[in-house]
Design a protein around this ligand. Structure first.
Ligand code: B12
Ligand code: SF4
Length: 441
């Protein structure tokens, strides 16, 4: 059977397509199925995407969904299905946490809840053999009333084939890697951690990490194919489990000679670990700061870290010779103008020239989403509105949309100011959007 994944772009600057299909595609190929890829570039008309999908001859069309991708994906799938008789399955975080909404939209036949490799293979096999498709764990068929059971997370992760990089559309030389799945932290705004909660409800632990040997084997393969200049580790928090990270540093430093970047939480690093990462080739780290108000971080975001910790870790990171990026969020429920002043102050004090700042958007499944829904902060048609990070979708009692917009503009001005102070020139527009596309975690 031939499965085609449709990547739905909603921004020009994303250099990489969704990772989920690259894992699933590799798994399907390893089991003898053909896999294709179509990217709906931002400027592409629906009719052209439809033609591209038709030309790719899918027997099954797969779409990976974040909340940001939902509206365009919905429109495209409807247009495709008006002309093409092909079953469609959606997966990813948005499909997992808003499955009823996805299945109620014309053109979507199945939704995959949670991890997708084995469920997708089971669906492909069932479709191929003409077997029933309404009893596959994790796969929710349209019109079947019962929510499917979840199978346990796939373990060990080393069982998975290396990702199908042709489905990632990554720039030559820059490779994207994940070494783990799941994040153990309790941040209330984060959609990624909800997989942990989803599986924990059934008594399963979603957290897993690949072995060093497995990660290194993938990197060696890329090196041998001449395609390894820079590695971007996409793990939510690369620096969990120090003994894993230290052994990684030793092996990577000795065997792989490509600079790399990663995401970390300040609670999970110390001076020694940062120095080891730098010695191994770590070139850049992105930290989520999110708020400069300890009250907001503790009480609303469930992050216990102090402002002083950010200052210390940022100094250690710089001392180790590693470049820094930081992300901030504005406009959470319960936040006030005073809190936002503190966030701006901390951003200035931390003095990071290239930081990301995002207006808070509540993702389905998260604790803050539920709170916004219950308190009536979300408009009733929230899923009909674009999920963007420049304007607030919420009606908050303590902050108006204009307040949030004002602080967003002040963040833009601060970033320009810090950039000019450091580099002597304003940040080019193209670079600004790349920073903007960074994750919010
Ligand atoms: C890498 C990454 C990116 C990359 C690639 C995006 C991607 N979707 O893979 C880039 C840089 C493009 C990116 C951009 C953005 N990202 Co991002 N990103 C991530 C990150 C850190 C890792 C994703 C990953 O590699 N996962 C590993 C794979 C194996 O897991 P997976 O994607 O969940 O896939 C599995 C299942 O979901 C399922 N599955 C997935 N797709 C499909 C499809 C089918 C057909 C099936 C059957 C199953 C299936 O099977 C997969 C394998 O088991 C996640 C955090 C996270 N842990 O998810 C945030 C995350 C996905 N990003 C997020 C956000 C907010 C953004 C941005 C909006 C940032 C911004 N402010 O501009 C943009 C929007 C991206 C978009 N296309 O809409 C949020 C999304 C929240 C939501 N509910 O929508 C996340 C969860 C971060 C967070 N902490 O909240 N991001
Ligand atoms: S924001 Fe980052 S650290 Fe917090 S739960 Fe999400 S992925 Fe984990």
């Amino acid at each position: 059977m031939r499965v085609v994944f449709l990547e739905v772009d909603t921004e020009r600057s994303w250099a990489v397509a969704s990772i989920g299909p690259a894992f699933i595609g590799a798994y399907l190929r390893a089991h003898g199925h053909a896999v294709g890829f179509v990217r709906a570039h931002l400027d592409a008309a629906d009719a052209d995407v439809m033609l591209d999908v038709g030309a790719a001859r899918p027997d099954l069309l797969g779409v990976s969904l974040t909340t940001r991708q939902w509206l365009r994906a919905r429109r495209l799938v409807k247009a495709i299905r008006d002309h093409l008789d092909v079953p469609v399955i959606a997966g990813g975080l948005h499909a997992t946490f808003a499955p009823e909404v996805v299945l109620a939209s014309p053109g979507f036949d199945y939704v995959c809840l949670g991890e997708g490799e084995q469920p997708m293979l089971d669906l492909v096999r069932a479709l191929e053999s003409g077997a029933a498709t309404d009893r596959i764990d994790n796969v929710w068929k349209r019109d079947s009333r019962q929510r499917p059971a979840l199978r346990p997370p796939l373990a060990p992760l080393d069982r998975l084939p290396f990702i199908a990089r042709d489905l990632l559309d990554e720039p030559t030389g820059t490779v994207h890697m994940t070494t783990q799945r799941g994040c153990p932290f309790p941040c209330t705004y984060c959609a990624a951690r909800m997989y942990n909660e989803l599986y924990a409800a059934g008594g399963e632990d979603y957290g897993r990490r690949r072995s060093h040997a497995n990660v290194l084997a993938e990197l060696h393969g890329l090196h041998n194919s001449g395609n390894l200049a820079y590695v971007i580790f996409l793990d939510d928090t690369f620096t969990i489990n120090h003994s894993w990270v230290m052994e990684f540093c030793r092996l990577y430093g000795a065997e792989v000679h490509a600079p790399f970047s990663l995401h970390a939480r300040v609670e999970t690093v110390n001076e020694r670990l940062l120095q080891m990462l730098a010695d191994a080739g770590c070139h850049q780290i992105t930290y989520g700061v999110e708020s400069g108000s300890e009250r907001v971080r503790r009480g609303i975001m469930h992050r216990q870290v102090t402002n002083q910790r950010f200052k210390d870790v940022f100094r250690w990171t710089r001392d180790a010779g590693i470049m820094l990026t930081a992300n901030f969020m504005l406009g959470l429920p319960g936040e006030t103008r005073d809190d936002l002043e503190q966030t701006l102050e901390l951003a200035e004090e931390l003095n990071v020239a290239d930081f990301g700042y995002f207006v808070f958007y509540p993702y389905p499944g998260t604790r803050l989403f539920t709170e916004c829904l219950e308190r009536g902060y979300l408009p009733p048609d929230y899923l009909e509105r674009p999920a963007n990070h420049r304007e607030s979708i919420l009606s908050l009692p303590d902050l108006s949309r204009d307040d949030i917009g004002e602080f967003y503009d002040r963040f833009t001005a601060l970033r320009q100011r810090l950039h000019v102070a450091r580099y002597g020139a304003p940040q080019p527009a193209a670079l600004a959007t790349v920073v903007d596309a960074a994750r919010t975690g």
